[in-house]
Write a protein that binds this ligand. Structure first.
Ligand code: ADP
Length: 491
């Protein structure tokens, strides 16, 4: 390990962050954080137990009234300062993320900027929370509407975007005046711990954000959700875990925002600009090694251009260099763990067994590290497992189609509805197909939709609520309405 890598790991806090204090787990237990590029342990950090979770929630509950009463400008400035600190530390944060998650440094730097932008965006939103005053239709009463923070929140984040998924939830919660317990993914807790340090430097008061990495997610989270004090859950992760958490939230009627899985269709029509479609495909498929809920999972390409598209995509995918994310020149890092790699491999073998052709990749290399090669499959059959399963790996699956109605039916034939992509030069068709895709987001001639200023989220079983954009802060605010009988008779 290089000296810079060792320094980054020594500098990052390795304890739980509760009530503004760094502390060991009550049980003294630790959790190993692995480097997916080598399979080696990077460090051991405190592993929260349910008792630590309880302490974190107590801290959030105790801090809530004081935090809700702070001036919006104060909350805004904290986020703004944190935004600047994150940008100043781009190199350290990017390296930390690459070490714990595997993505190439260039992508990690991109994520640091993306993550910071959520703080900038929500620092601007914090001072724009407003309400309204109106008159009842009969003129007898006034309706005064005010906005208030929902209260203590549980935030649960996944491992694929360790920094940005945190800032996307913490940003609006801070802006709205909510306190939080953050439970990051056990594979990538270091970025979240670094973030807690940065927010503290930026002036976030003790107890507002509490961070409890744990190897026992279910044991720590369930009692908190059922305890009656959490007012809001914001979760990003699999649909499967999302369903479990929704059921737990139902019992105590906890508000939820759920960013769940996807099965994105990527549609290339016969009139598309093929160069643009290929650029879009590389981004939509290969961003984060395909480990993104927005990743193009099913590439539907018009039969008249499918051969050319597949050949050119295979050429570009085959030219990517696979290796540890810390090495300069690496385009594709390792997958997160052996399970993730095994899943990609099994999906490829299943598709091939059912008739797909491998144009490039498709074979798992020997260790160390959880590497999987960029893979292009063409003539993928509709009954293949990967048509119904998030691949979460660098595997492009191409399915030829003949007409618009057919491709729309196929694209919508899934329980998920996060994002879709379409490539065409025909504006009418872009709008028509964009409207008919059953997804929360559509990329039109682009392979990237994520933006802090846009409402990110899905329909169907891809989730509930939106993150980012003007609506992002709404998820953390309640309405309160005061009926005021002035200016008319008492109603
Ligand atoms: P993935 O399969 O991509 O790891 P998960 O949905 O399993 O996605 O994980 C997303 C987040 O949800 C992680 O922080 C994980 O620790 C957490 N998680 C997993 N299971 C539970 C659970 N039963 N209760 C609460 N959180 C959970």
């Amino acid at each position: 390990m290089s000296t810079t890598e060792t320094t980054v790991l020594t500098d990052v806090p390795q304890q739980l962050f509760i009530a503004g204090q760094w502390q060991d787990a009550e049980s003294g237990r630790t959790l190993a954080v692995d480097n997916p590029a080598t399979g080696e342990i990077l460090c051991e950090i405190a592993d929260a137990s349910p008792a630590d979770g309880r302490l974190a929630l107590d801290a959030a509950v105790a801090a809530q009234p004081g935090w809700a009463a702070t001036a919006p400008r104060e909350r805004s400035e904290i986020l703004r300062r944190a935004y600047e600190i994150i940008l100043d530390r781009t190199e350290e944060l990017a390296l930390l993320m690459t070490l714990e998650m595997g993505k190439p440094l260039a992508e990690a730097r991109g994520e640091v900027r993306y993550a910071a932008e959520f703080f900038r965006w929500f620092s601007e939103e914090a001072v724009r929370i407003d309400g309204g005053l109106s008159t009842t239709p009969d003129g007898a009463n006034r309706i005064l509407v005010m906005r208030q923070p929902v209260g203590p929140c549980m935030l649960i984040t996944p491992w694929n975007f360790p920094l940005a998924m945190g800032t996307r939830k913490i940003g609006p919660a801070v802006a709205a005046g909510c306190t939080m317990v953050l439970k990051p993914a056990p594979q990538t807790p270091l970025s979240s711990l670094a973030l807690a340090g940065i927010l503290t430097e930026a002036g976030l008061p003790p107890g507002v954000l509490n961070v409890v990495p744990t190897s026992d997610a279910a044991g720590v989270v369930e009692p908190l959700l059922r305890g009656g004090q959490i007012r809001k859950l914001s979760f990003t992760g699999s649909t499967q875990v999302g369903r479990i958490l929704l059921a737990q939230c139902a019992d105590t009627v906890v508000r939820t925002s759920m960013e769940l899985g996807g099965n994105a269709p990527f549609i290339v029509f016969e009139d598309a600009d093929l160069d643009a479609a290929l650029d879009g495909a590389m981004v939509a498929k290969m961003r984060n090694m395909g480990e993104a809920c927005t990743a193009a999972n099913r590439m539907f390409v018009h039969r008249s251009v499918a051969g050319e598209f597949a050949g050119r995509l295979a050429e570009r995918m085959g030219a990517l260099s696979v290796g540890p994310g810390t090495e300069p020149g690496t385009d594709v890092g390792p997958l997160i763990d052996a399970t993730g790699r095994g899943k990609a491999d099994a999906l490829v073998h299943d598709a091939v067994r059912r008739g797909a052709k491998v144009l490039v990749g498709g074979e798992t290399p020997d260790g160390p590290g959880h590497f999987y090669p960029p893979t292009v499959l063409t003539d993928v059959r509709a009954d293949s497992e990967l048509m119904r399963t998030e691949i979460f790996g660098p595997v492009a699956a191409i399915i030829p189609f003949d007409d618009e109605d057919e491709v729309l039916a196929a694209a919508n034939d899934t329980e998920w509805g996060l994002v879709g992509y379409l490539f065409t030069r025909d504006l009418d068709r872009a709008l028509r197909v964009g409207e008919r895709l059953e997804t929360g987001m559509v990329g039109v001639n682009t392979g990237l939709v994520s933006n802090p200023a846009a409402p990110f989220g899905g329909v169907k079983q891809s989730g509930l609520g939106r993150e980012g954009g003007r609506v992002g802060i709404e998820e953390f605010l309640e309405y309160k309405y005061l009926a005021i009988p002035y200016g008319g008779s008492r109603g």
